[in-house]
Design a protein around this ligand. Structure first.
Ligand code: BES
Ligand code: MN
Ligand code: ZN
Length: 490
């Protein structure tokens, strides 16, 4: 975990292993770059010319021992158009500078933000530094080569922004810790990240971060009457867990925000078995749960004056002689009965009981997060998560948080007209409708269990992980949007 702090000094006078300064399109120097250029008698501008530096975001040019500059190295980073950096570009800059510093085995670097939109840029840069410095090592026998040396990134903001900057840095640093934890849990192999392991991780987080944590086993879940949740566990040898995180930063009894995460630690589809290709992706079917872990960690660090509850429903979805069969009917905790026509539509079956459980908190809002449908990926692709809500104000607050953090959400319809597709002749509802509007009918199923409070559902199937390539792995989304949403309520 990299230490991130603020500092304010003239770039040329800053003592650090490296200082990073912005250069915009057409080699236009930022104020910080100009300071370096002047102190060095024009060495920066002439080096940029020689290097054919295009100033693309994420491009970094390293210069050594410039005369008149205290730091041994100057990183000129591309910052695109001569205006505020776009969020994704700022994140790329954070990534590139941290990567450059790591490659040169530096211990610390001071990063001067551009003047315009400095705080917003810094927030994204911190997340970029997190991207570049968190690596999966848990089940790899390679020692990191070379061993990571980068310990600290300092941000230098334009004058007069120290107070606002410190607040933003605090929130973003905690967010980055949350994202890293979410990614860690998501990337663990499914034989490691079992429901049992999630229960243990929850206890550990509770201890280290001062959260109240309750982990319920099968017996306790049976006692609650969560027949729908338990139906999904029938085929698995791994025992289920129901986890309750409680953070109290507000008055005792003040209505909490409740986050609910889908924690299917492996989704084979069950008897409605998935095809073999890419089935390993279904280890990330606990990403909603992972998001709840990440948000609770960030919340515990930020200590907002609110009450916040995290619920995690964790199990495997496996085929076996005892597994749920298509046609089986189960009674949910709410009393409503469900005909399981497709055992691969299991997310809604576990979430619906958690949504009923959430009623006991008399919540101000309930937000569930789930890799719920492939249909959502078809509809929105990999850049926006689907947002469904029974309350416009709640939906707008979440959309705004997604915009501020570039952790984007897109609102989808939630309308009664879609409900009849879930009609069943043998139960109060079926767990699947037809192919049409699959993300919407899944949300409509959940809506039947979320009638007693303001509720939003985030379908993160497209955004929670990258399934292929060098970047294959969990993204930590939508931790940033949800932490921002919480902190906007301060
Ligand atoms: N976990 C999947 C959804 C999913 C698909 C997540 C692709 C990430 C990437 C979910 O449990 C599922 O299998 N949904 C089915 C629902 C269908 C049977 C109605 C789906 O999307 O195919
Ligand atoms: Mn499934
Ligand atoms: Zn699933």
């Amino acid at each position: 975990m990299i230490d991130v702090t603020l500092r304010s000094e003239r770039p040329s006078k800053t003592k650090a292993d490296a200082v990073a300064v912005a250069v915009h399109d057409g080699r236009v120097l930022s104020a910080a770059a100009r300071d370096i250029d002047e102190a060095s008698g024009g060495a920066l501008a002439s080096a940029l010319k020689t290097a054919a530096f295009a100033a693309k975001a994420g491009q970094v040019l390293s210069l050594f021992n410039l005369p008149g500059v205290a730091a041994a190295r100057v990183f000129a980073y591309g910052a695109g158009k001569a205006q505020a950096l776009e969020a994704k570009d700022a994140r790329a800059v954070g990534r590139a500078v941290a990567q450059g510093a790591s490659e040169q085995q530096l211990a610390e670097v001071t990063l001067f933000t551009p003047v315009e939109g400095a705080i917003a840029a810094m927030r994204q840069m911190v997340l970029g530094v997190g991207d570049a410095t968190s690596r999966y090592v848990e089940t790899k026998n390679v020692s990191l080569k070379p061993a990571p040396t980068l310990k600290r990134v300092r941000f230098a903001l334009p004058d007069g922004m120290a107070k606002e900057g410190a607040d933003a840095l605090r929130v973003t640093t905690a967010t980055s810790h949350g994202i890293e934890f979410t990614k860690y849990l998501g990337n663990l192999p499914p034989n490691h990240c079992t429901p049992t392991r999630l229960g243990e991780e929850a206890k550990k987080l509770g201890k280290s971060h001062g959260l109240k944590v309750t982990v319920m086993d099968r017996k306790a879940i049976e006692k609650l009457g969560m027949g729908s949740f338990l139906s999904v566990t029938n085929g698995s040898e791994e025992p289920p867990r129901f986890i309750v995180f409680e953070y109290q930063g507000g008055k005792k009894g003040a209505a909490p925000t409740v986050f609910v995460g889908k924690g299917v630690t492996f989704d084979s589809g069950g008897i409605s078995l998935k095809p073999g290709a890419d089935m390993d992706h279904m280890k990330w079917d606990m990403s909603g749960a992972g998001t709840v872990f990440g948000v609770m960690k960030a919340v515990a660090e930020l200590k907002p004056k609110q009450n916040i509850v995290g619920l995690v429903v964790a199990c495997e979805n496996m085929p076996s002689g005892r597994a749920t069969k298509p046609g089986d009917v189960f009674k949910s905790m709410s009393g409503q009965t469900i005909e399981v026509l497709n055992t691969d539509a299991e997310g809604r079956l576990i979430l619906c009981d958690a949504l009923t459980y959430a009623e006991r908190f008399k919540p101000r809002a309930v937000i569930d997060i789930a890799t719920l449908t492939g249909a959502c990926v078809v509809a929105l692709g990999k850049h926006n998560a689907g947002l469904f809500s029974n309350n416009d104000a709640l939906a707008d607050a979440l959309l705004a948080a997604g915009r501020r953090t570039n952790d984007r959400l897109w609102r989808m319809p939630l309308e009664e007209d879609y409900q009849e597709a879930l009609d069943s002749n043998f139960a109060d509802m079926a767990n699947v409708a037809g192919r049409d509007g699959g993300a919407i009918t899944a949300a409509c199923f959940l809506w039947r269990f979320a009638k007693k409070y303001d509720w939003a559902h985030l379908d993160i199937a497209g955004v929670a992980y990258r399934g292929a390539g060098k970047e294959k792995g969990a993204t930590g989304r939508p931790v940033a949007a949800l932490v921002d949403y919480v902190m906007a309520g301060e």
